[in-house]
Design a binder for this molecule. Sequence first.
Ligand code: FAD
Ligand code: NAD
Length: 476
Amino acid sequence: MLQKFDLVVIGSGPAGYIGAIRAAQLGLKTACIEEWKTSDGKNALGGTCLNVGCIPSKALLESSEQYEHTLKGLATHGISVSGTKVDLAKMLARKDGIVSKMTGGIEYLFRKNKITWLKGHGRFAAKNGSAWTLQVINGSDVETVEAKAVMIATGSTARHLPGIPIDNEYICDNIGALSFSDIPRSLGVIGAGVIGLELGSVWRRLGSKVTVLEALPTFLAAADESVSQEAWKIFTGEQGLDIQLSANIRKVVIEKKKVVVEYQHDGAVKMLECDRLIVSVGRTPNTDNLGTEVVGLKVDNRGFIEVDDHCRTNLPNVFAVGDVVRGPMLAHKGEEEGVMVAELIVGQKSHVEYNAIPWVIYTSPEIAWVGKTEQTLKSEGTPYRIGQFPFAINGRALGHGDAKGFVKMLAHARTDEILGVHIINTHASELIAEAVVAMEFRASSEDIARIVHAHPSLSEVMHEAALAVDKRALNM
Ligand code: FAD
Ligand code: NAD
């Protein structure tokens, strides 16, 4: 019998599963089509983020930081440890355990919210009156379902470079790079973006000698320039990460169980020989075999589904959210779009505040920001004032034994509205939340300056940066 739903979501990553839950909360009869299978062939919910993205990468990040702290950080506290070593199999099993717990959690939430999980590949088949007919393809089984509305949340996959085949053993994308069977002595990374820096740092902390080859002449161009400069100093200086900018990859081959990368740099042809290579050069939206041409769904020339600010496509009652549409490829951006779409479907006036989306790069120290960078304000001709305060003179940061970085606040020169906040510090991912709230409420730097911040805490650095906008920092 043909199953009919108010909403069918295609994809159960953070955009899709959160959108499905919100729709079910609002009383919509909801189904979610998901085709993901784990390496041992089990069906799984959660998409890239939970299976091979945010969650496993942060689990390894934490393990590698604990290891490095035990090796190098504890001595400064007067604690000596000997015989520290890594049991990689156990570390990876811990990561896998966290992933199964989280993906199992979504299965539970689907049951709790009575969301039907349709296992298989989803594609548009036809328009049937005002409803949409979709096929769910699972091997040779094809089930047809009908939906009054469709939310496409098919996400993205790693972009591969022509002539560099990914085997996920020697040459890896994010999937292989989260599961190396041993710690490579030498690791090459193509692309000094978010994944390259995060995963490169994980393996560096565990003992690999890491070389990162980046095509662009600039480092972390999306971040505020003062933050990227500080990060460059820390990563390439004391941490010994070898990052080569303006590197033009010519050839990659596997020879005698080594990966050999031929590239052009500084006017010379160079070779990098490494045990493993990570290719992290961006991600491509998943719109293949979705039946877009069958129903006339508009996709741009890079494969992204075209949507407006409310994630509406060119087709009635068809929405698209998350990595498969414009905007940053961030889990929380997709989640909020999923919620917005579910609420729009039932007639609520929902929206996403795209100007207040936090960015976090989980390196050590972390980098986080919200709003505009100084270089953007300059190029727009917006008048601004800057307040910057270092963690180096914050008592709590010194107590942590980690007082690197600063908070930089940018406020409008006339109205004092906060236009951007940029942080580089071990706890930047948590500290940025205050700035996000402030920007959502269109706060001024004076608002933050007048708020009581607990002492001693890292949040005092945000307070001092706000005071510094008006040149009245108290502890500097
Ligand atoms: P996805 O999570 O990609 O999920 C899409 C789902 O749709 C998949 O399960 C796929 O199987 C399914 N699907 C696709 N096509 C079909 C179809 N036709 N039929 C059925 N199912 C289909 N973001 C952050 O915000 N913070 C982080 O710390 C972070 N770390 C990351 C680390 C790594 C290594 C990577 C790779 C990414 C990271 N990201 C992070 C980015 C984040 O994972 C993505 O932005 C997020 O997963 C996008 O969510 P989504 O729901 O749009 O798509
Ligand atoms: P990215 O866009 O962050 O970085 C890709 C880098 O590769 C860029 O610096 C680019 O100039 C470089 N590059 C492109 N082609 C190249 C080539 N041929 N040779 C050398 N360098 C080349 O992409 P990513 O690191 O693959 O991550 C993909 C997306 O996943 C990110 O955009 C991000 O939104 C998301 N992500 C987010 C987080 C987080 O929020 N902490 C973590 C990981 C991934």
